[in-house]
Design a protein around this ligand. Structure first.
Ligand code: SAH
Length: 213
């Protein structure tokens, strides 16, 4: 189930779908996705599909994790500080943590955050800081960020996230309701201008407001 062959098959699938950043592919190959799932589902960890993690939430499909990470890396300069909105299982967090200097990740559902914390510790990733909060407000005390990646979809881009982008900072975010699109938004220098590119149709859980215990 966790064999090298199964993981190679997943990486081949990512390549077939157009993921081409070798650093990202290496991290996808070497990150144990099975530890981010409950045992009953861990045999499906290397399928290219989203999987349930409880509380009505999902661990994103490997393709979309790889794609969003590749887009972020490709559009940004040096990524010293990256904010993730929606820690969930912590899988995307751990992928980011292996590719950028520091990751800040916020989650609104406390038990998911706690599980993610245990897993990140298990992998020895000590460049991650987690917070239980509504990520629609970003993490102002830690910003500005060179990159922000949201793994939950708002109806409209939260202005706080734009505000917390560093000069030339990059926001990768799904936007919409029933139909959603993945957007790449880049801050133009240190101005208040933002350049938006629409990348592809996607399907994420909604960005909800408030927090739950
Ligand atoms: N990156 C996660 C994806 C989890 S699904 C993974 O790899 O597993 C998206 C997550 O966003 C869910 O856990 C959901 O609870 C969280 N979320 C939704 N709205 C949020 C908000 N306003 N603030 C923080 N987290 C939020």
């Amino acid at each position: 189930m966790t064999s090298q062959r199964t993981r190679e098959r997943l990486v081949q699938r990512l390549l077939d779908q157009g993921v081409s950043n070798y650093d990202v592919l290496d991290v996808m190959r070497n990150t144990p996705r099975h530890i981010f799932l409950d045992e009953a589902l861990s045999h499906r960890a290397y399928e290219d599909t989203a999987l349930p993690i409880g509380f009505g939430q999902t661990l994103s499909q490997p393709y979309i994790v790889a794609r969003m990470t590749e887009v972020l890396l490709g559009a940004a300069g040096e990524l010293n500080k990256v904010l993730e909105v929606g820690t969930g299982s912590g899988f995307q967090t751990s992928v980011l943590a292996q590719l950028v200097k520091r990751v800040y990740s916020v989650e609104r559902i406390r038990p998911l955050q706690e599980k993610a914390r245990t897993r990140l510790r298990q992998l020895g990733l000590d460049n991650v800081q987690l917070r239980h909060s509504d990520g629609g407000f970003g993490w102002p005390e830690m910003g500005p960020f060179d990159g922000i990646l949201s793994t939950a979809a708002p109806q409209v881009v939260p202005p706080e996230l734009l505000k917390q982008l560093a000069p030339d900072g990059v926001l990768v975010i799904p936007v919409g309701g029933v139909s959603q699109e993945l957007r790449l938004i880049v801050r133009a220098g240190d101005s208040d201008k933002f350049v938006t590119q629409i990348l592809e149709p996607v399907k994420f859980v909604p960005l909800l407001s408030g927090t739950t215990r």
